[in-house]
Design a protein around this ligand. Sequence first.
Ligand SMILES: NC(=O)c1ccc[n+]([C@@H]2O[C@H](COP(=O)([O-])OP(=O)(O)OC[C@H]3O[C@@H](n4cnc5c(N)ncnc54)[C@H](OP(=O)(O)O)[C@@H]3O)[C@@H](O)[C@H]2O)c1
Length: 253
Amino acid sequence: MRIVVTGGSGQLGSEVVRRVRELGHVAVPASRRWGVNVTTGQGLGAALTGADAVVHCASSPWRPRATDTGGTEQLLAAVAAMPRPAHVVHVSIVGCDANPYPYYRAKTAAEELVMAAAVPATVVRATQFHTLVAALARASTLGRAHLALDAAAQPVDVGWVARELVDHALGSPPAGAVRALDLAGPEVLTVSEAVSAVRDHDGRPRTRAVRMPTLGRTLRAFAQRSNLPGPGAVVGGPSFTDWLAGQPAPAGR
Ligand SMILES: NC(=O)c1ccc[n+]([C@@H]2O[C@H](COP(=O)([O-])OP(=O)(O)OC[C@H]3O[C@@H](n4cnc5c(N)ncnc54)[C@H](OP(=O)(O)O)[C@@H]3O)[C@@H](O)[C@H]2O)c1
């Protein structure tokens, strides 16, 4: 099969490209690096020629309305114009519709476009990737303290998410647009637990939690655990703890 991967240079997209090729199929990575811009639609038609499926990973938390919502609109129009529209496997975020954070609002609007489009499509939501939780844990630490937001995550391994997405892309396309089961990792951690796990891994002393007030609707949504999956999620891949154990120690340690 021929599978186009928008955002094929990104964290998730590059894993999707790798997995497609590992299984002996043709992967066509598509992002600005290859002259494909989902925001403007430039290069999309050419990249889609002959495609059986598209795994749509192009995204930008900094320009979410243009990239995630507008880019999805452009992609859907280009797919609808194909003689035989490809199956769009659209990646989204667990709980995005319950959080007013602008990036999540753009993801929700993109999902709505996909669900309303007249092309075969599968919307797959995933929880935060291990890499993101580790980066946030490091960023929330200052000296001997960390900002302990009232929040938790059930982070997931990006390589495992890629395998699940490729399975969707290689499967039979649905007749219209459908929502697949959410994807999540096996372990739930509070912010302080994630910070401690990362500090232990980095060989640094644990830090004191400084409670952060739950101000505003975005933080309240996280405090309500809206980013955690429901009981029907597909849970898999290594836990955060096991994933961390496999990561190299930071330089200088
Ligand atoms: N990170 C997480 O924790 C997480 C969790 C759940 C779901 N997701 C979802 O998974 C998807 C991928 O996330 P990621 O973390 O892998 O993102 P990422 O590493 O930031 O990669 C984003 C990709 O989008 C491409 N891109 C950005 N603007 C573009 C444009 N205008 N046209 C074409 N391509 C563009 C980038 O490539 P160029 O710069 O070459 O254009 C890059 O390949 C997103 O939909 C995200 O919402 C992420």
